[in-house]
Design a protein around this ligand. Structure first.
Ligand code: NDP
Ligand code: BG6
Length: 504
């Protein structure tokens, strides 16, 4: 008889989802992220019963609005999640607002008093989540003031700090930020958001790998030829030039999202499916990534910037972008691991704006059989195809496995067949819903730990150093393409090609 494991932690009385009890203090409560993502995420947790009667949110920003206006803003931002006006009003009634400048140390006493009052009112038992959804230069200041102004409780089960991205702009600044946070919070209290880790199919990588002998047994350099990770966006920089032009695709997408995906694909099997065990394997994987010297970095990384066409402005013509900007809007690279499992099997990555579509996928390309017994050149038979496991992260969620099979015609010809599974996405929680729920549960699995962040920066800093001394030849790709020609040449040099490609 099969043994079914039930995650009792998730099931409350009468099989209802377990209610989480907490005060959530949100810095940047009127901002874009809060209104577009965080309030809808909290509302969905409320609809499901993970938040019920015992929670309260204090939103803060400098703007002077009152509770009623704040509740209206919250209600508006969740309106598309439900037609039930009463439910929305009940949810919004748990929200309170304090006008507060995070640099005004004395004013934290007002937040403390409000928090203590709401703690009593909602019987929150001292549990606190501090979510900093503001520009990163405030992360350290807020963390320090929370601690020195005694907003952390001693009687509760937890005090947790949630930090948005970006976490530094290189290893040095990330370390400095981490030191600032660590002066007030322990590592297990800090939740560094990487919203890709909240995506369904990114979380599915572990299930696919460690839940299936047919994959895990082959998950190494003996059977895998290469792995390709593509995070493509069709939009350009939009309204974010101020941030993006100082960041570029390498810092914006590679250091965080792509390195996290790489670590999940490359890590060894964790001892148990627990945050400490998973994080320790991810760190080991990232630490065995080869940090390139100047020559290797130049050879193995390609950058690009989009130009214009009839219907698209070039990056340099976008609002807020300097006309001579050398910021990259595209990166492709080849990553090599110096460890027993992956030595000789490259991981190719690419990401960019204004590409051929908005999609994220991972293609795991297996080696061909050593001998192709079906190769009869005289009969015109086609060579065997690569077996490819494709993990579709977005917009569709699922995976497919390409195998070779005989076609049903006269003679003996093989052809590739895709075995495909696509998920019904109706009930898939959005990344921020999952991640906030994990914070409330205290599960750090899907957050970036400091050692992971540090290793990722050390790798990326080397590429950046080389690029900072070399003048790029921008723009070098057209909107709607899959980046510059050099990104294809990167693989062609190794006698390989991208699994997903479009005609140039
Ligand atoms: P916004 O600029 O939209 O919001 C910033 C918030 O901070 C506002 O509520 C603002 O209100 C408040 N604020 C600014 N200065 C102060 C201050 N001195 N004291 C108190 N409050 C202040 O930023 P976003 O919401 O876009 O981004 C927030 C964080 O989330 C950033 O770290 C960003 O990188 C990250 N992020 C954002 C994403 C997005 O889609 N927006 C996606 C991924 C990450 P006021 O000016 O009234 O004080
Ligand atoms: C963010 C980047 O982290 O991820 C943005 O700052 C990017 O530049 C976004 O557009 C992509 O996220 P998603 O979930 O839309 O693929």
């Amino acid at each position: 008889m099969p043994l079914y494991l039930v995650n009792n932690d998730e099931i409350g009385v009468n099989d209802l989802p377990k209610e989480r009890r907490a005060l959530i203090m949100l810095f940047g409560g009127t901002g874009d992220l809060a209104t577009r993502k965080l309030y809808p995420a909290l509302f969905n947790l409320y609809k499901k019963g993970n938040l019920r009667d015992h929670f309260a949110v204090i939103g803060t920003a400098r703007n002077k609005i009152n509770d009623a206006e704040f509740q209206e803003l919250v209600a508006k931002s969740v309106a598309k999640e439900s037609d039930d006006k009463k439910l929305i009003a009940n949810f919004a009634s748990h929200f309170y607002y304090e006008a507060h400048d995070v640099t005004d140390v004395k004013h934290y006493s007002v937040l403390r008093e409000k928090a203590d009052e709401l703690d009593k009112k909602y019987d929150l038992q001292g549990n606190r989540v501090f979510y900093i959804s503001m520009a990163p230069n405030f992360f350290g200041t807020v963390a320090k003031n929370l601690k020195t102004q005694n907003l952390l409780t001693e009687n509760g089960e937890f005090n947790r700090l949630v930090i948005e991205k970006p976490f530094g702009r290189d290893y040095e600044s990330a370390k400095q930020l981490n030191d600032e946070l660590s002066a007030s919070f322990d590592e297990n209290q800090i939740f560094r958001i990487d919203h890709y880790l909240g995506k369904e199919m990114i979380q599915n990588i572990e299930a696919i790998r460690f839940g299936n002998t047919i994959f895990e047994a082959l998950w190494n350099n003996r059977y895998i030829d290469n792995i390709q990770i593509t995070l493509a966006e069709d939009l350009g920089v939009e309204e974010r030039a101020g941030y993006y032009d100082n960041s570029g695709a390498l810092r914006d997408m590679v250091q965080n999202h792509i390195m996290q995906i790489v670590s999940l694909l490359a890590m060894e099997q964790p001892v148990a499916f627990k945050d400490v065990d998973i994080r320790s394997e991810k760190v080991k994987a990232l630490r065995s990534l080869r940090v390139y010297d100047v020559v290797e970095a130049s050879a193995n990384f390609v950058r690009g910037q989009y130009g214009s066409d009839n219907s698209n402005k070039s990056y340099r013509e976008e609002d807020g972008v300097p006309a001579d900007s050398n910021t990259e809007t595209f990166v492709a690279g080849k990553l090599l691991f110096d460890n027993y499992r992956w030595s000789g099997t490259p991981f190719y990555i690419r990401t960019g704006k204004k590409l051929a579509g908005k999609f994220t996928r991972v293609d795991v390309v297996f080696k061909k059989p050593l001998v192709d017994i079906f190769a009869f050149p005289q009969s015109g038979s086609t060579p065997l195809n690569d077996n490819v496991l494709t993990i579709f992260v977005e917009p569709n969620q699922g995976f497919s496995l390409r195998v070779n099979a005989k076609n049903n015609e006269q003679g003996f010809h093989t052809e590739p067949v895709d075995l495909e599974y696509m998920e019904d996405q109706k009930n898939t929680p959005q990344p921020y819903e999952r991640l906030i729920h994990d914070v409330l549960k205290g599960d750090g699995t899907n957050f970036s730990s400091w050692p992971e962040v540090a290793s990722a920066w050390k790798f990326v800093d080397q590429i950046r150093r080389v690029w900072d001394i070399q003048q790029p030849n921008f723009p070098n790709y057209i909107p709607g393409s899959m980046g510059p020609v050099a990104a294809d040449e990167l693989l062609a040099r190794d006698h390989r090609q991208w699994v997903y490609k479009i005609n140039r």
